[in-house]
Design a protein around this ligand. Sequence first.
Ligand code: AVJ
Length: 331
Amino acid sequence: MTLGAREAEWPEIFTSERPVDNFRRDVLQGLSSNPKYLSPKYFYDPRGSRLFDLISATEEYYLTRTESRILVCHAKEIMAQIPADLTLIELGSGSSIKTRYLLEAGSAIHDYLPIDISRQHLLQATAALVEQFPSISMHPLAADYTQLDRLPAVRNGTTPLLFFPGSTLGNLDHEQSLALLSRWHTLLQGRGYLLLGIDLLKDKALLEAAYNDKAGYTAAFNMNLLRRINRELHGNFDFASFKHEAFFNPDQRRIEMHLRSVCEQSVQVAGYRFHFAAGESIHTESSYKFKLEDFRRFVQTAAWTLQMTWTDAAQYFGVVLLKALPYHEPS
Ligand code: AVJ
């Protein structure tokens, strides 16, 4: 079936509100702030999504392969923890590569609802899955999963299982991730599960290597944000006068990515002028790293209880299953 025909099959992928319009507002707000920042969710234009796939295949970036290995080894066990007849709702599904491990782990999943901000990537990834899993009903939605005010309806009698792999929760600071976990608990009305991946705290050198791969894909991924601003917001960023930086901040337990201006300069974006001092940076991403015992307490404050944890032998990465605590209508 052609992609065109798929479009007809999934009207919601093309009718939902265009997430792009927030790009201009968020970029101008971030560049007007002190210190300057940009949201990592805007890394994922088509080129950015391809660069992330290249990063995931590097030796240094252990996260993707380690999480995939945990899912491959324990998918059946994970599914056994949850009542059968599931609706799998994936948040930020990207290439849906890890999803296959859950879909292959038996017949518990009947409906798959991938949600991603990158429309094109979502369509291609879902179309490929339909070929492999014809018995599973698929309902892709192009949307920003951090802004959902309602979850797509799940078929009556099925249990919703939210899937949030890749340690993407780590891009949010604690306040933001608490708010997001609470929002999802409310959207589920306290009924359902959340399976997520979290990158665990480890040796600084290992962490920094993962965000400074020798091939330079992470630097290109970071710099691609400026390329996107030039293309979509009539910017005139000169890539040669900014450099990629990624380092571990032990106080915050996070990797920080920055684009640092190598000289004093001013840049035009959407008709506005922004001044950069020599050495001034744009903070483009935080990747928080977790300790499992702290994480158990953390999720409880958002009305989730940690059911089970699966890690690799070296404890580099954790896949955790959370269960929603009963929902109480706010009094
Ligand atoms: C996909 C958000 C989990 O933070 O490790 C990879 C993105 N940034 N290399 C991460 C990313 C730099 C990645 N997440």
